[in-house]
Design a protein around this ligand. Structure first.
Ligand code: XCC
Length: 654
């Protein structure tokens, strides 16, 4: 690979490396097609940004006040006197605060929608009645009134008000969901460390406060606040966002179908991609596609109806509940537009990059934004009406129909890459397939399944696009390790065919046997990134059934291609519950590394670390029974996880 970063003992790919190494055959085709059209994508911009700033990469660039920016090292503290440990930790803490704000805003938008249904301002019905009942029982919300059952909508409204407190209350006091659902051993651990949070918003507020100029300068104390914030990030934002969507739209539904760019060639409808994170607009669009009046309008524009596709996490939400074909994740969004197949791109919240606009304009694709916090210059804005989602959806579809008429005869370039996939899993579906907790545990005890890994998070230009996710998943399956996945990692694995029953042939013989008996594919997609809750609840139920804490089971969280701050927060959240984390790049997680000695041979390495790096790599295990491992080479990463599982299995006597 062309770009070497000795400081991190790491390398980054150039455009040619990615075109040669990306597992999807569509990537080089579409990137070259863009070049021929005189357009560019992330690959070109990534090359143009090289070489990246070493202080930024190292986490030691401090620009939190107006005295700097300071480039901090051991012998050159910042102007205020801050050393590298404080700067690294403070930058990291602010990333987790941004992550909590992102998932927190997502949760807030979902709670507003739930409240609107609960108060009768928006049409129901509540589709996730079981989840409403389960949460009401856990949180003490009455299900009966005067001897008869309360409507699910009213119960859901009460739940929304309680969850709003977890998200946003300012005065110290217990968080409802955390107290009701978090594993007791984790709660005890957090109480011991004095990191029980107040609410997500409060802890974000406090994170920004204590990382200001001249505030908390004891990095160990700031690290404890990062832990407090992380617990609030998970229980006040991530879990709330996932469960609120489930209450509104129901749980995942098992389905079998096809995914990938090649599916854009199917059908003659108005072609619409939904993109972002919260499924309100996308669910309404899908429903409106069935309305006779709109179907007639589509036909008079020369289409057979509507063909809906999914990008990023909104794509995973629709795939999980409706089997809508997914196309790709965050770094593929420009490539999806490059096909020229899409009449409209409809976006909600987060992970929509400005780079889509020049390509959409060149293709005549209508770009429609729906949330004020996610506008794009040059796009049409149709604000999402939480009380009348169908009104928004109809306006969106009419813009898409208009674009379809305008684009009649437009040139398409659709690579024939597609894969079969079985989708729509959650903790209940997975456990049922294995015959319950005991069924899955007996496969694990017997060694057919050596352990469980969840592969999560984004794509990054710092590693060859999607290769780390795909190679690592295949290596884990070969070693008998079962994989769940969400978000953009899931797009990579889906498009590689690993979510199909045929992919069992990649697995160890034991894992293949267990999967055949359960009739499951080897990679289980459980939804969007907020739906990491589904993997978490699966693991929590297994630990409870085995009678051991989470940290004694062979479990690993993997972010092979972290890109967004939300990925940093999610890794920290699993770490806070005692699950070790593998990160696929030395940043943004500060960890010890090795670099070549000055003037020495290439393999003559010196260890490079600072106290924060050592803390995340080992010291943190004394507090949380888990740690962060960084390994960018996927084959080696699989070996590191396998070794950890071997030790855990020995300790369990398995
Ligand atoms: Fe965004 Fe969720 Fe990351 Fe993909 S995986 S880049 S956060 S779409 Ni969540």
């Amino acid at each position: 690979m062309r770009y070497q970063y000795p400081l991190l003992n790491a390398e980054m790919p150039c455009r040619d490396d990615v075109l040669a190494l990306a597992p999807s055959k569509a990537v080089p085709l579409l990137a070259e097609h863009l070049t021929q059209c005189g357009l560019s994508c992330f690959l070109d911009r990534s090359d143009a940004q090289q070489r990246l700033c070493a202080y930024g990469l190292d986490g030691t660039c401090c620009r939190r006040c107006l005295w700097g920016p300071c480039r901090v090292s051991e012998d050159k503290p910042g102007i205020c006197g801050a050393g590298p440990a404080l700067v690294v930790l403070s930058n990291h803490l602010r990333m987790v605060a941004a992550a909590a704000a992102s998932h927190g805003s997502h949760a807030k938008a979902r709670l507003e929608a739930l409240l609107a249904v609960g108060e009768g301002r928006a049409p129901g019905p509540i589709r996730g009645v079981k989840r409403v009942e389960q949460l009401a029982s856990a949180l003490g919300v009455p299900l009966q009134e005067n001897g008869s059952a309360r409507p699910a909508e009213l119960v859901a409204g009460d739940l929304a008000r309680l969850l709003y407190e977890d998200l946003g209350k300012a005065r110290p006091g217990p968080m409802h969901l955390l107290e009701a659902l978090a594993p007791p051993e984790c709660v005890e651990m957090w109480r011991g460390l004095e990191v029980m949070p107040t609410s997500t918003m409060s802890e974000v507020f406090e994170a920004l406060h204590r990382t200001g100029l001249g505030a908390d300068s004891d990095w160990r104390n700031a690290a404890l606040h990062e832990l407090r914030l992380t617990v609030a990030f998970f229980w006040g934002a991530v879990v709330v966002a996932s469960l609120a969507s489930e209450m509104l739209y129901g749980p995942p539904v098992p389905a079998e179908g096809e995914v990938g760019y090649g599916t854009l060639a199917d059908g003659q409808g108005v072609k619409i991609a939904v993109h972002g994170h919260q499924p309100g607009v996308a669910e309404a669009v899908l429903a409106a596609c069935e309305e006779p009046e709109l179907l007639a309008e589509a036909r008079s524009a020369g289409a057979s109806g509507f063909d809906v596709y999914g990008l990023c996490c909104t794509g995973q939400e629709l795939l999980a509940r409706h089997g809508v074909p997914s196309l790709t994740g965050i770094l593929g969004q420009e490539l999806a537009l490059a096909t020229g197949a899409l009449d409209a791109l409809v976006v909600d919240l987060q992970c929509v990059i400005p780079g889509v606009m020049p390509i959409a304009e060149a293709q005549g694709t209508a770009v429609i934004t729906t949330h004020d916090s996610n506008r794009l210059e040059g796009a049409v804005h149709v604000p999402f009406d939480v009380e009348d989602p169908q009104r928004t959806a109809r306006a969106v579809l009419r813009l898409a129909i208009e674009a379809h008429g305008r684009r009649r005869g437009a040139r398409r370039y659709i690579p024939a890459t597609r894969a079969r996939a079985r989708t729509g899993f959650d903790e209940n579906g997975i456990l049922a397939a294995f015959g319950g907790e005991e069924g899955l545990l007996s496969h694990m005890r017997g060694g057919d399944i050596r352990g469980l890994v969840t592969m999560v998070s984004c794509n990054s230009p710092k590693v060859p696009y999607e290769r780390s996710n795909v190679v690592l998943a295949r290596e884990l399956l070969r070693r008998g390790i079962l994989v769940t996945t969400t978000g953009c990692a899931a797009h990579a694995l889906l498009n590689d065919g690993l979510a199909s029953a045929a992919a069992r042939e990649v697995c160890s013989s034991g894992l293949r046997r267990a999967l055949e008996r359960a009739d499951l594919p080897p990679v289980l997609t459980v939804g969007a990134c907020v739906d990491n809750t589904r993997t978490f609840f699966l693991w929590q139920r297994l630990a409870a059934a085995a009678g051991v804490p989470l940290w004694e089971l062979p479990l690993f969280y993997v972010g092979a291609e972290p890109g967004n701050e939300k990925a940093v927060g999610m890794g920290m959240a699993f770490l806070a519950h005692g699950v070790s984390v593998l990160a696929g790049y030395p940043l943004p997680v500060p960890v010890p590394t090795a670099r070549p000695k000055e003037g020495g041979a290439l393999d003559d390495l010196v260890r490079v670390a600072n106290p924060v790096a050592d803390f995340f790599a080992s010291g943190v295990a004394e507090l949380l029974h888990a740690r962060i491992v960084v390994e960018p080479v996927p084959e080696l990463a699989a070996g590191a996880i396998q070794a950890d599982f071997k030790r855990k299995r020995q300790a369990l006597g398995w």
